[in-house]
Ligand binder design. Structure first.
Ligand code: IPE
Ligand code: IPE
Ligand code: MG
Length: 257
């Protein structure tokens, strides 16, 4: 961790955890073994982020589009998610990690939802770090849902169309209630967003690594944070204005909590 500047940490880190299937296939094993191995990386990265002092970590665990994978893989992923929640609950509590979920959670099997809801409730008052799992999540879907909510308020006469602003839409998007994304990491070598946090990543720094998710360790997270700290964020402006912009966006969201 020596090169990480703890005073300049990204407040909100988001990760597209990709490459589990390829990791397993390269070893002649079933894709689901790759997902099992990947859940160990989740544990490592949550711990490392917490120790580093990241305030918000959002992990892409299952996309809305992932439902279209072969059923045995979907079933295995759901069971692994449940196992993860059952075994990690104690560790999350001991480390002050608050759990949240974003996405179309009602689509998850009841036995996953139950443990998820319990863990969310048990960790609701913890403030060390917030871990958000994106489950049955799609960035386009989230924008559509937010638009629909605002449209129904307009239809009910409660909201004037002129009041539909960026801020109004953002208030309906749970994935950015902790602030927009500062650093987006994708493992597995692909350089695409795959319908992750479309709105919140508008000005995120993107970091791609060819490491497959099961191989991703604490040092890889530190390397991503170091790379982030070498970037020059401009938000479409000239450099001298950026300091005030950063303090009014991301940290403002924290104060609203
Ligand atoms: C990411 O790994 C995990 C999920 C999408 C649930 P993949 O399963 O996409 O692994 P690859 O990309 O096929 O190697
Ligand atoms: C993105 O990975 C989804 C998750 C990591 C949960 P995918 O493997 O589903 O994305 P594509 O298919 O490569 O775009
Ligand atoms: Mg993939």
């Amino acid at each position: 961790m020596p090169l990480v500047d703890l005073a300049q940490l990204p407040k909100h880190v988001a990760i597209i955890m990709d490459g589990n299937g390829r990791w397993a296939q390269a070893r002649g094993r079933l894709r689901t073994m790759g997902h099992r191995e990947g859940s160990k990386s989740v544990r490592r990265v949550v711990r490392a982020s917490r120790r580093l002092g990241v305030r918000a970590l959002t992990l892409f665990a299952f996309s809305e589009q992932n439902w279209q994978r072969p059923e045995p893989e979907v079933v295995a992923l759901m069971e692994l998610l449940r196992d993860y929640l059952v075994t990690e609950r104690r560790e999350l509590i001991d480390n002050g990690v608050r759990l949240r979920a974003v996405g179309r959670i009602d689509k998850l099997p009841a036995r996953v939802r139950e443990v998820l809801d319990e863990t969310i409730a048990e960790t609701a008052n913890l403030r060390g770090m917030t871990l958000t799992l994106a489950l049955s999540y799609g960035g386009r879907e989230e924008i559509v849902d937010a638009a629909r909510t605002l449209a129904s308020r307009v239809a009910a006469g409660e909201l004037d169309p002129s009041a539909i602003t960026e801020a109004a839409l953002e208030r309906e998007m749970p994935s950015i209630s902790l602030g927009r994304v500062d650093l987006l990491i994708r493992t597995g070598g692909e350089q695409r967003i795959s319908n992750f946090l479309l709105w919140g990543t508008a000005y995120a720094e993107l970091y791609f690594t060819s490491k497959l998710w099961p191989e991703f360790a604490a040092d890889d997270l530190y390397a991503a944070v170091e790379a982030y700290q070498r970037r020059e964020r401009r938000f479409g402006q000239v450099l001298s204005d950026v300091g005030s912009l950063l303090s009014s966006s991301a940290s403002g969201a924290w104060e609203r909590q």
